[in-house]
Design a protein around this ligand. Sequence first.
Ligand SMILES: Cc1cc2nc3c(=O)[nH]c(=O)nc-3n(C[C@H](O)[C@H](O)[C@H](O)COP(=O)(O)O)c2cc1C
Length: 322
Amino acid sequence: MPDKPLIALAPMAGVTDAPFRLLCSQKGADFTVSEMISAQGCLTAPPSQNAYRFLTHVEKGEGPVYVQLFGADPVFMAQAAAKLYGTGRYIGVDINMGCPAHKITGGGAGSCLLQTPETAAGIMRAVRKAVNGPVTVKMRLGWDSFTAPQFVRMAQNEGMDMITVHGRTKVQQYAGKADWDAIAHIKQIVTIPVLLNGDVFAAEDAVAALRHTGCAGLMVGRGALGNPWLFAQIKAALQGENAKRPSRTEVVETAIGHADSMAAWKGERHAVIEMRKHFAWYIKGMHGAARLRTRINQLGTLAQVADALRAFVLEAGGDEPH
Ligand SMILES: Cc1cc2nc3c(=O)[nH]c(=O)nc-3n(C[C@H](O)[C@H](O)[C@H](O)COP(=O)(O)O)c2cc1C
């Protein structure tokens, strides 16, 4: 295992927007990745269209961010990569070759590219040529079998700077356990950095996975939902230190700060709705969380939500670790 493995936030559509990335980078993520963005959409959307303005927004003070693109056409992918990298907001471009959702694979993008290696190679080559900075790939073990070994060799030959591998096939979706043996094998095949991904929910998982695979680092997805402390906890555990757990008050105050930063960006009406899932993740596991979640989902202002959260932790014992 390297001295300082990279501990990053995985791309998550609907989640890894600017406020959440900012929070994770403040709490120790070495880099973050945007939500996946359609190459074609970003080329054709009028600049005034909110969806793309929001998707491509990078907040002041964010740490290093990769922009992730999906698409099946090398020309569009290269043009979109050049356009977004050219804004100077991102440290590099990540190519989505792992998304299993039908609306993405149906168009030949995401994990469908694992079935069409020639198209995948064409995309990597075109994006590599278009971007004068890091270009990376995030992929799965294969479509329905373990084809990643050939694939990562190809990615290295096409000049990719790093590969992140989610240890499941497309067909597995999220079932079963991420296969760290398979990732350890892939890591041996190439000389470029390989990041492992899948099922890191706690600091101990990260240490075990990094030891097992020898990877250059990892990406955390679902484990960071409501738990941006995980990055610092992983780093502490890698130093052999005890991972510090936040108090309930700290969790709730962080959730409120997260909501404020969302409101400052998108306005309160959007923030109240979009933060509901985050609030549910933050309070998950606390006694009475289900009732509080239902209540929060009926509240219309962030001040009301903040009051409800603070009253809840006061009763639950705010100093207790979450
Ligand atoms: C809500 C959600 C949205 C996701 N969106 C993306 C995405 O936009 N691009 C991508 O490459 N992977 C996406 N993923 C997959 C994650 O990046 C990650 O590979 C997967 O969740 C496994 O890692 P984990 O076990 O740490 O969550 C998404 C996952 C979730 C749960």
